[in-house]
Design a binder for this molecule. Structure first.
Ligand SMILES: Cc1cc2nc3c(=O)[nH]c(=O)nc-3n(C[C@H](O)[C@H](O)[C@H](O)COP(=O)(O)O)c2cc1C
Length: 140
């Protein structure tokens, strides 16, 4: 695949979006991502989404356009986009990780600080890996 790319964004969950809507999001995401050979993970909790997407750059940008227009979330901030040699989520058309509100709050703040330049600019790969490790540990 040419121009294999990874991107990450944070957003806020719209009012009224619950388990049913989340199920629908994941169903359509998994179906479409398989077609597009897009992989990644969606993290949710405490009214926040954090998503990592991997795939061909043009497909990702087009998809992100659709995702931005999706009323089930808002306030999306693109944290980073980077070329990659290999995927971290090769076996996940779209994994879902549910996290406690306080964990999501802290991770979101850290990511926004990177985007705003208030934190040392980290390489996206490092950022995503650290993010996942911390989520795995479930520490706030
Ligand atoms: C937080 C969030 C994450 C999403 N992630 C994806 C995704 O990874 N892939 C995808 O195809 N759609 C995703 N969607 C859904 C898209 O916004 C859109 O509804 C979908 O691509 C439209 O699919 P359709 O072509 O079947 O109408 C996401 C929506 C939200 C709110």
């Amino acid at each position: 695949m040419r121009n294999l790319t990874r991107m990450m964004y944070v957003s806020r969950v719209s009012g009224g979006v619950g388990e049913d809507e989340l199920k629908q999001i994941l169903e359509s995401a998994r179906r479409k991502n398989k077609e597009l050979k897009v992989t990644g993970v969606l993290c949710g909790g405490g009214g926040h989404f954090i998503q990592v997407l991997e795939g061909e750059q043009e497909d990702l940008f087009r998809l992100y356009g659709d995702i931005l227009n999706d009323r089930r979330h808002y306030d999306s901030v693109l944290i980073g986009v980077a070329p990659i040699k290999q995927r971290l989520f090769g076996s996940w058309s779209m994994g879902y990780l549910s996290n406690p509100p306080e964990v999501m709050e802290v991770r979101r703040k850290e990511l926004l600080a990177v985007w705003q330049g208030r934190s040392e600019a980290a390489e996206l790969l490092t950022l995503v890996k650290r993010f996942l490790e911390q989520l795995g540990q479930g520490t706030a």
